[in-house]
Design a binder for this molecule. Structure first.
Ligand SMILES: *Cc1c(COP(=O)(O)O)cnc(C)c1O
Length: 398
C-alpha cells in the first residue's frame, strides 16, 4: 500500500535524539528552547510556545484568549475535530462557517454574512479559527480586517501549513492573527513524534500560554503575589496563579523536531514538485484539482482531488474502495465536523454547510510525502485514471 502520508527519519534525526537521551534534561529543557527559537525566527513571530500536540496548543491558546462558557468559537466543518474541540474544552459554544468551493478554506463572504447576522442577533463569536487546509494559506488579511470590524480574536490552525507563505509572509508570523498553531504529528510537514507549537506577537498571550502549559505556575519573581514572598522570596518559591495543565514538550521530541525543521524548505519544495506532477498528469481526467490562490505558497500537506460534478455517495465510495484495492492509500479529509455524532447532539445536521458536505462526498487525498518516488506517483496516477474509467462506466451504464 502506498500510504497517503509518511514521515522521513534520517540518521541525523536519530543522532539528535540520542544526544538528548545522554544529556541532563530529557523533558522540557534547552532543546525545547532551541526548537522554539528556530521556529519563531523562521516565521518571524515574537514568541513560540512548544507543547505536546497541536491540540494542546489550540486549547491553551483558547484559554489565553479568555474563551469560556457563554462565548462562541467559529471554525470550518472541513477540518480535523481538534479545531472545534478546543472551544468545547473551554466550555464555549462551537459553530461553523462554510468553505469556499475553490480554495476549500473558510469562505470569507460566508464569514462576513454570518458575522452581520450574528451582530444583529447578539451572537458574535469571541474566537474564529481559520484552518490552512491542506497547507494552503487562508485569506488571512481579510479575516483579520473582519476581526477589527466585528471584534473577535483570530486563532490560526496552521497544523497543515508549516513552511507555507502568503504574499511573501510566512504562515505563523501572526501578522494577521492573535495566535497561530503548528502540528508536528508524523503525517504533517515535519514531525517531533507528537508535538505542537503556538506562535504569537503578544507578550501577554505568550506569558499566559507558557504558564498554562505547566500547571498555571510561574517562577518569575516579578509576578509573585504572595505577601510573604514579595521583595525577598525564598529561592525555592513558585506560585500557581490559575488552573493550568501539563502540556510540556520533552527535549527528546524537541530534538527530533529541530533536526527535522532544518529540512523544512526541502520538504515543502518536494511536496510542491509532487503536486506539480500530479497537476500535469491528472489534468485530463474528470477531476477538480487543487487551486493554489495567487500569492500563496502551499505546504501541500495533502493533495486532494474531487470527483467532478455531483457524484453520488455510492460512486464516491466505489472509487475509494477501488483505489484502496489497487494498493493506493487514499483517505478522506475530512468528514464534516458538524456531522460527527458529538456535534449532532448539539443540534447540527445535514444541509447546514452544503459546500463542506458536497466536498466530503467527492474528495480524496492522494498519497503525498517527500520521499515518494516517481514510480510510486506513476502508480497512483495510473490507478486513478483506470478507476475513473471503470467506475465512470459502471455509473453511467446503470
Ligand atoms: C493534525 C491536526 C490537528 C491536531 O494536531 P495534533 O498535533 O495531532 O494534536 C489539529 N488541526 C488540524 C487541522 C490537524 O490536521
Amino acid at each position: 500500500m502506498i500510504p497517503y502520508g509518511r514521515q522521513e527519519i534520517t540518521s541525523d534525526d536519530i543522532d539528535a535524539v540520542t544526544a538528548v537521551l545522554g544529556a541532563d534534561f530529557i523533558t522540557q529543557g534547552p532543546a525545547v528552547s532551541a526548537f522554539e527559537g528556530a521556529v519563531a525566527g523562521h516565521v518571524n513571530a515574537g514568541f513560540a510556545i512548544a507543547v505536546n500536540s497541536a491540540t494542546s496548543a489550540l486549547h491553551i491558546a483558547c484559554m489565553a484568549l479568555g474563551l469560556g462558557p457563554g462565548d462562541r468559537l467559529w471554525t470550518v466543518p472541513n477540518t480535523f475535530v481538534a479545531s472545534a474541540n478546543c472551544g468545547r474544552y473551554c466550555g464555549a459554544t462551537v459553530d461553523f462557517v462554510d468553505i469556499d468551493p475553490v480554495s476549500w478554506n473558510m469562505s470569507v463572504p460566508a464569514l462576513r454574512a454570518k458575522l452581520v447576522q450574528a451582530r444583529r442577533e447578539g451572537t458574535l463569536p469571541k474566537v474564529v479559527v481559520p484552518v490552512h487546509f491542506a497547507g494552503q494559506p487562508t485569506e488571512q488579511e481579510e479575516i483579520w480586517s473582519l476581526a477589527r470590524e466585528f471584534g473577535f480574536r483570530v486563532l490560526e490552525d496552521a497544523s497543515h501549513a508549516v513552511g507555507a507563505a502568503r504574499n511573501g509572509e510566512r504562515v505563523g508570523s501572526c501578522r494577521w492573527s492573535d495566535v497561530a498553531v503548528f502540528s508536528f504529528h508524523p503525517v504533517k510537514i515535519i514531525t517531533s513524534g507528537e508535538g505542537g507549537m503556538a506562535l504569537t506577537n503578544d507578550s501577554e498571550l505568550a506569558a499566559r500560554m507558557s504558564r498554562l502549559r505547566t500547571h498555571g505556575i510561574t517562577r518569575d519573581a516579578a509576578l509573585f503575589v504572595d505577601d510573604r514572598a514579595r521583595g525577598n522570596p525564598p529561592p525555592w518559591h513558585y506560585e500557581q496563579h490559575e488552573l493550568g495543565l501539563n502540556y510540556r514538550m520533552t527535549d527528546i521530541h524537541a530534538a527530533l523536531g529541530l533536526s527535522q525543521f532544518g529540512r523544512l524548505e526541502h520538504y515543502v519544495g518536494r511536496r510542491n514538485e509532487i503536486a506539480r506532477r500530479y497537476m500535469e498528469q491528472l489534468s485530463g481526467l474528470d477531476l477538480q484539482l487543487p487551486s493554489v490562490l495567487p500569492g500563496n505558497l502551499s505546504a501541500f500537506h495533502l493533495f486532494v482531488v474531487r470527483l467532478a460534478g455531483n457524484p453520488s455517495p455510492a460512486r464516491h465510495r466505489r472509487v475509494f474502495e477501488t483505489l484502496r484495492a489497487a494498493g493506493i492509500g487514499v483517505n478522506v479529509h475530512y468528514i464534516p465536523v458538524h456531522l460527527q455524532p458529538y456535534y449532532r447532539e448539539a443540534g447540527f445536521g445535514e444541509g447546514q454547510f452544503p459546500e463542506s458536505e458536497r466536498y466530503a462526498h467527492s474528495a480524496f487525498s492522494l498519497p503525498m510525502f517527500p520521499t515518494m518516488t516517481e514510480l510510486q506517483q506513476q502508480t497512483v496516477v495510473d490507478a486513478v485514471a483506470d478507476c475513473l474509467g471503470e467506475t465512470g462506466q459502471s455509473a453511467s451504464s446503470r
